[in-house]
Design a protein around this ligand. Structure first.
Ligand code: PHE
Length: 454
């Protein structure tokens, strides 16, 4: 049997894990959500969610992965978890696979916008449309509603993922992340400098962060929690899979801290990039939500800046990098599963996981256009997948994970992994984390989950 795959360097390990965490969630979801839901008040709640719940759940996942040394199902089996606990891993794999169906499509949009920025097509006028909001909105909707564009772009990112994954953990995922993540941080820094030196920067920061505690309702807390878990890639087996590639001497608490802080930093930096630009050009009343923020409002910002095309290229490159390193991590969950469970070669596993996606993501790519008449529970296929995976599977997966770790895992597994020791008295901080995973995290996440369903 081939030697088990491992990340080769500390930097590579962090780059890959941060690459998974930093994605579209940080770039277009966090800034818009924070701005709309109380600014700094939201950010504080979000930070509490990350530290109180996100990091402990991340550590539980890391520990299962590194101790179990296998895919998300195999790890539970290797740990001797009886009574069908492996199903928790299976649920996570299923959730992650469903996410791929739509995340590949969105990654395809970012590729399209990068290409249109390079060719300049994005900034060409459409006859009869004079104001820019309608122009970019028309462009986005025309694109989403056609068949060929979304389909081709989804296939291109899929093929890109396939090629990188075929190179393996070290030469594919790790090497790509080690190149792309520093690039992403450089781009972010450049945008921060540019944006924060715009004349309206102070107004923008105030617009983004002005604290409004009256907006903090249970629904908003729920939002913050869901957003933080999505952003940290929790509950989907990703961190179990990646941690199975961590060397035995990796310090898990420090790794979790680094990943979470960098993820948070990127999210906040995005807000500090977007809103100063928006206020400087007086676009506060334009769509600031989700995909429309980056595909409609930001191109409007770029048209008002000298060097429109350059900024546009750099921004959509940043977006593509963020999306690509996330899709790699999501796909790896299933690749590792097929590889380990069915004792297959990596190439075969990659093919088995990614080829069906050409069909399923292809269908999703068309679900806002030619196939928009197909709805499930009143939602398009795209929205339904997003809902099921992120609002149901992700929190459920995290709850089960904590319950397993806190109540059923071999005694001392978590603290041993946190301390890199086999036995002996755990450190105080590790005991606190273990108590959190046993009593606090599962209860709070369950509360939030149930409130959400009511
Ligand atoms: N964490 C990524 C983001 O913020 C998305 C993601 C979700 C990645 C789930 C992997 C798994 O966009």
């Amino acid at each position: 049997m081939a030697k088990a795959a491992q990340f080769a360097s500390k930097l590579g390990l962090i780059a890959a894990t941060v690459g998974s965490a930093v994605g579209l969630g940080n770039i277009w979801r966090f800034p818009a959500e924070a701005q709309a839901n109380g600014g700094a008040a939201f950010v504080i709640i979000y930070i509490i969610c990350v530290f109180l719940l996100g990091i402990p759940v991340m550590l539980a996942e890391f520990s299962i992965g590194r101790a179990g040394r296998s895919d998300a199902v195999g790890a539970f089996k290797n740990l001797g978890a009886g009574k069908g606990w492996w199903a928790v891993g299976a649920l996570a794999i299923l959730a992650s696979y469903l996410i791929l169906w739509f995340y590949m499509v969105v990654a395809g949009w970012t590729f399209e916008y990068l290409m249109q920025s390079i060719t300049g097509a994005l900034y060409e006028p459409i006859a009869g449309i004079t104001d820019e909001d309608s122009l970019f909105s028309a462009k986005m909707h025309t694109y989403i509603q056609t068949a060929a564009g979304p389909l081709v772009n989804t296939f291109i990112v899929l093929a890109l993922n396939l090629v990188i994954l075929l190179f393996g953990v070290q030469k594919g995922i790790e090497r790509m992340s080690t190149i792309l993540m520093p690039l992403l941080f450089v781009l972010l820094a450049v945008f921060c400098v540019v944006s924060l030196t715009l004349p309206g920067a102070a107004d923008g920061v105030a617009f983004f962060l002005h604290p409004d505690f009256s907006k903090i309702t249970p629904a908003v807390v729920l939002n913050a929690l869901g957003q933080s878990f999505f952003s940290l890639s929790l509950g989907m087996g990703i961190l179990i899979t990646y941690a199975s590639y961590f060397p035995a001497d990796t310090k898990l608490p420090r790794t979790a801290m680094t990943v979470s802080v960098l993820d948070l930093l990127v999210a906040i930096m995005m807000g500090l990039i977007i809103f100063p630009a928006v206020t400087t050009f007086g676009l506060e009343n334009h769509t600031l939500e989700g995909a429309a923020l980056v595909f409609i409002t930001l191109p409007e910002v770029f048209t008002r800046m000298p060097g429109t095309q350059l900024w546009s290229i750099l921004f959509f490159l940043l977006l593509l990098v963020a999306a690509l390193t996330s899709t790699l991590s999501i796909a790896e969950v299933s690749v590792k599963f097929v590889q380990d469970r069915f004792k297959m070669r990596r190439a075969a596993a990659c093919a088995i996981v990614l080829c069906p996606l050409f069909l399923t993501s292809g269908v999703t790519a068309l679900s806002q256009g030619p196939l928009s008449h197909i709805t499930i529970c009143g939602m398009t296929i795209f929205d339904f997948l997003d809902f099921v995976a992120t609002d149901i599977f992700l929190p459920l997966g995290s709850i089960f994970l904590c319950v397993y770790m806190g109540w059923f895992a071999p005694a001392g597994l978590l603290t041993g992994q946190l301390d890199n020791s086999n036995g002996g008295k755990p450190r105080l901080i590790s005991r606190i984390i273990a108590l959190n995973v046993r009593y606090v995290a599962p209860v709070l996440i369950a509360l939030v989950f149930i409130t959400n369903l009511l």
